[in-house]
Write a protein that binds this ligand. Sequence first.
Ligand code: SAM
Length: 252
Amino acid sequence: MAGMDFKLLQENWHKYGQTDPLWSIVSMPDKEGNKWTTEEFFQTGVNEVEKLMAFLKTAGLKLPSGSALDFGCGIGRVTQPLCEHFETCHGVDIAPSMIDLANQYNRYGDRCHYHLNERADLQLFADNSINFIYCVITLQNMAPRYSRVYLQEFMRILAPGGLLLFQIPSEPNNWRQKVKQRVPQAWLNQFYRLKHRGKPIMELHGLPRAEVIGLIKAGHGLLLNLKKDHRAFDEWTSYQYCVTKAEREGAK
Ligand SMILES: C[S@@+](CC[C@H](N)C(=O)[O-])C[C@H]1O[C@@H](n2cnc3c(N)ncnc32)[C@H](O)[C@@H]1O
């Protein structure tokens, strides 16, 4: 069951979407205060998908065809270039303001569906229904009790033989982050709201690598590639996981 901290998570991201959406997604210090141009910003997504293709090639992996899901899609920075590679793309986000903007910037009509998902699961997708799942700089922004469930959900909805590529930090590198993990998120929210006079808050969390690998295995997943990733501001050791799901008899 989603708690009070889930509502706060949504409120924070909705506020970011209303006030400084592009910087909240790609938080380069010199871009704070609506300083990204949309062209520059969306180009980072094109570059990211090119890098993804190069990574798959180097790792000897084939991009599946069919449907893709970009979980925590924001305004569609990566969803849009993914549309070049799939028949159908789904972008899912918790923030109404982000989904509104994503729809405004959609250049692929009906082939791209943006969904507002206010649930702590992915019930909107059927078992074994998505061929490619992508998720970066998103699971790190929510408490482990939520990222854990979304990982289980990724494994449930991933089609056998499909690919799941996601990033999540594993453990903090400094005492400040270690202490923060022990304080209830609702208290931290309250504290930072007062400190920053009502500005939205970006949470930072992780899930230990061993636990992530356990969840993958429990979901009939096979870890194809694991590498260090640097998206968690150097405050955490973070990993990118590339996973497939075993073909099972009777699976559709
Ligand atoms: C840092 S942004 C990254 C956006 C996108 N992945 C990208 O790389 O361009 C994180 C996004 O995750 C979304 N998000 C946070 N928690 C979520 C949840 N529980 N379910 C869906 N989206 C969520 C936020 O609203 C925000 O748009």
